[in-house]
Structures are given as C-alpha cells and as structure tokens.
Design a protein around this ligand. Structure first.
Ligand code: C2O
Ligand code: CU
Length: 501
C-alpha cells in the first residue's frame, strides 16, 4: 500500500467532545399497493442517494461523503416481521467518483459510467428482482424501486451499495444504513427499548489531516486496487470518538461492523462483562456472558449491558487499541423496568440429516502473472462463469467452505439464513495436491454466541467451515461472496440460483 499523503493524527484530536449521533428514523412518503397482495397497502419510502458534507468531529471541517437522504450512515428503517415496504432508491450522485476506481476489475471497465449504484438489503429475505443484483446498477438521475416483504424473524439488517467493481468505494464513501425488523416474540421479552436501545454502526476510515476521506491505493496507477484497507480512525454512527450520556440501568446495543476489511474485537472499560443476546439473524436462545466480542465485516451483534453499578463513571468502548465511544453514566439512580430473560427464544438446531446435498466450495487466493497482483475467488471460478450452485427452493444443503488462503474471510449468502455446524482444521497442502480433504483436528462446534441464525460466517484460514442452509424464501438469481469489500470487488463473489420446485 502506498503511504497516504498527510494523514490525520487522531491522537491530536480531543476525544469525547461530540455527542454520539443517532440515525434518524426514515420518513415514509405514502402508501402503495403490496406487489404480492393487491388488497393491502404498504408503506413507501423515497430515498435520495447524494453527495453530502458531514462533520465527523468538532475540530475537523466537514468531510465529503455519500449518504442517504443527507446522512451517512443513512436513516434507520424500522418495520415489523411480515410488514412489507417499498423503497425507491434515487441516484442523485455527481457524475464523477471521488475515490480511485480500478478499471481493471470486473464490472468497472473504462467504458462503464464512473458513478453507479444499486442497493442491497443485507440479511433480507427479498425477492430476487428487489435484491440489488450487482449488475442492476443505475446512473445518476435514475432510480429503482425495491419491495421488501420482511417475512422473517426480528433482526438487525442493513442496507448498502452493491455495485459491481466499485462496491468497496461506494460503501467507503458512506453508502450504508441500518434496518430493524421487530416481532411480537421479541417485544414480549421486555428488553431495553426506545432510548435505551442504541444502534451502533462501526467502521474504520482513513482521514487526511484536512478531514477528508482517503482510500488507499496500490501505487500502480493502472491497478490501484488494494487487497485490504486498515485505516487510522474509527467512526461510530459517522462520528469520531463521540460520547453518550447514559443512565445507570440496562441498555441494549445493536452493533454492526461496517468496515471494508477490519475485524473488531470489542470490549467495554477494563474488560467488563456484557451479555450477547443476538447475532446476524436475531436473538440467540439464551444470553451469553462475555468480555470481548469478535465482529467481522457485515456481522451484527446484540449486546445488553447494565450500567447500574457504574453510576458516575466513564466507560469506553474499545476495539483492540482503538477507543471508539465513551459512555458517561449519570449519578442519580433510576428504576429499570426492562428485563433480560434467561431464555430468549427457541433456536432449533437443524439436523444434518435434513440436508439433501453437500457442496464443497473452496476459498482461493490466486497470483496473477503481473507481479504481486493478488486475486481471490470462490471455487476457483470467476464471476462471469455459468452458475454452478443451484439449490432447489425449500430444500436444505450443507456448504463446506474450504479456506485455502492465508486470510480469514467473512462469507455471506444473500436471501437465506443459516447455522454454523462446525469448523475443522485440515491439511491445505494435501488438498492442493490431491484434492482430498484430510482433517488434522476435531470438528469445533459453534461457540454459544455463534449458535444462532447467521447470514455471514467467519471462515478461518486452514479450516473447513460447514454451514447448513435452508433455502427458504424465493426462487431466483442471488449472490454469495466474501464481505471483505476489497475481495468482493475482485471477484470473490459468485452468483447462485434458487430453483423453483
Ligand atoms: Cu452485505 Cu452481498 O452483502
Ligand atoms: Cu475475503
């Protein structure tokens, strides 16, 4: 990576001078007939995707970003399970990109318009036509309308750009926001809610001394793509080192990793104990006590923390050496009527015998002939090759993700939710030589906080990660990919097709 010019030194900015921004609730613009049931009307939203200038810190000038309806992260959607809604996503971006496009990447060829966007609802059980297929992008001045039926359990989802070949740049510029689905089962638990339920979208960004975004480049002008991005500041809800005033009581934090590449290892104060109550696709069976939470890009976690013993104190949320957010706990005791039940919901483990097929799929790193230019692929297959994964609707499959690379990759499948079966160490060299899987360890079952429903799974190097996936929902063309955005943009993404039955 070429050293970036005039990097901001975050140590020279005073931390904890700005209040934590809370994303505003998206405002509807009327009702429309439900495309799946003309007898009812569902809410309609129009969202403008535009260039904005937004302050990330009191002592920095506004930063150029791309946002939704004037903010980044975008406004938060709140809906209920089975309550469909429609969104018109309107591209109002300028004609030129402000981050370095790599025209050698698939989908970002020089003849393509520079600025394009398409929005995907991550974790949504969405009909294919509304799923934001990477090639379904529109140019500035155009818009596209999506229908989100939300026939799924309560969960924290998020929406983000998914444009072929420039997805990492569009998201880095700011094109992501949160989307909450609620349901009666979750409401009945009486978890901390309203102003005691705080969304936290975390990401790292590289800021220059003038407060502007810098996206690192390789140094090769023709091929600026870099394999990973690790930046110098942490933003939470778009702010650098903000604070939040809290009461001495329980809070619920809905946390999402919105970084391009960075993994978070979150802790509170001097390793205080938190309770993880949920993951990507909703609540766990029971709370899990922990002092650290590992979160790869696109993963979500749901945390309850009780500040009641810390009245009058200040507690910092950290990830490794980065200080992210300061909680200032008020002195005056309050009554806390919220609950943290010992049992949250039933999460039935799917028996392996339910699977009608097992697919063995490799995660690969390739070296191009051109010196040092690395590529990543799924199953050694480029994006444009014919679709090879065609599960039938309403059947269950096991996918064995065989990681042959030197990296950990968060692998995400669109439309479905799944469960982690296990991870198991194997001999990579043997596999490369013979194509045979020779395991060198016992299967490691999921940790308690990973035993719920997932949509993005950490595939560690040297391990086979097995997931079991019920393909419930809709037939049609979707994608699966690595959620390290630099990898995804360099073809670590494949289409897959759910066949009608
Ligand atoms: Cu966050 Cu293809 O998705
Ligand atoms: Cu990857």
């Amino acid at each position: 990576m070429a050293p970036a010019a005039k990097a901001l030194d975050p140590a020279r900015l005073s931390p904890w001078v700005d209040p934590l921004p809370l994303p505003s609730l998206v405002k509807g613009t009327g009702m429309r007939p439900d495309p799946q049931d003309a007898t009812r009307q569902i809410p309609f939203y129009r969202i403008e995707i535009e260039e904005i200038y937004q302050k990330v810190h009191r002592d920095l000038p506004p930063t150029r970003m791309w946002g939704f309806n004037g903010t980044s992260p975008g406004p938060i959607f709140e809906t209920r399970s089975g309550q469909g809604l429609m969104v018109e996503w309107a591209n109002r971006l300028p004609a030129k990109h402000f981050l370095p496009i790599d025209h050698t990447l698939c989908g970002a060829e020089p003849e393509k318009p520079e600025v394009r966007c398409v929005v995907h609802l991550h974790g949504g059980r969405t009909p294919a036509a509304s799923d934001g297929y990477p090639e379904d992008w529109v140019v500035p001045g155009k818009s596209f309308t999506c229908h989100y039926p939300n026939r799924q359990d309560a969960a924290l989802l998020f929406y983000h750009d998914h444009t072929m070949g420039i997805n990492r740049l569009n998201i880095y510029a700011g094109l992501q926001g949160l989307f909450v689905i609620r349901d009666d089962a979750e409401d009945a638990l009486n978890l901390p809610k309203e102003r005691y339920e705080i969304p936290l979208m975390l990401c790292d960004r590289f800021l220059r001394a003038d407060g502007q975004l810098e996206y690192p480049v390789s140094g090769d002008e023709k091929k600026p793509w870099v394999p990973e991005v690790y930046s110098n500041v942490m933003l939470v809800n778009g702010a650098l080192a903000p604070y939040l005033d809290v009461e001495p009581r329980k809070y619920r934090f809905r946390v999402m990793n919105g970084s391009n590449s960075r993994f978070f290892r979150l802790s509170l104060g001097e390793l205080l104990e938190m309770q993880i109550i949920g993951g990507d696709q909703g609540l766990l069976q029971a709370p899990v006590k922990t002092k650290r939470v590992l979160l790869t890009p696109a993963e979500r976690t749901d945390i309850v923390f009780d500040f009641s013993q810390y009245a009058g104190q200040k507690i910092v949320l950290r990830s490794d050496s980065f200080d992210i957010l300061q909680f200032r706990v008020a002195k005056t005791p309050v009554t806390d009527e919220s609950a943290l039940p010992a049992m949250l919901r039933r999460v039935e483990r799917i028996p392996e015998a339910n699977a009608i097929q097992t697919r063995r799929l490799t995660l690969d790193e390739t070296m191009n002939d051109v010196q040092e230019s690395m590529g990543m692929l799924l199953n050694k297959t480029p994006w444009h090759a014919p679709v090879t994964e065609k599960p039938a609707l309403s059947t269950t499959e096991i996918w064995e993700l065989v990681n042959l690379t030197e990296d950990t990759h968060p692998i995400h499948l669109h439309m479905v939710r799944f469960q982690l079966l296990d991870r198991r160490r194997f001999d990579v060299f043997d596999f490369q030589d013979t194509g045979e899987l020779r395991y060198t360890g016992r299967p490691i079952p999921p940790a308690a906080e990973e035993a719920g429903w997932k949509d993005t799974i950490r595939c560690e190097k040297g391990y086979v990660t097995r997931i079991i996936v019920p393909f419930e929902g809709y037939a049609g063309r979707y994608v699966w990919h690595c959620h390290l955005l630099e990898h995804e943009d360099n073809e670590m993404m494949r289409p897959y097709e759910v066949l009608p039955t």
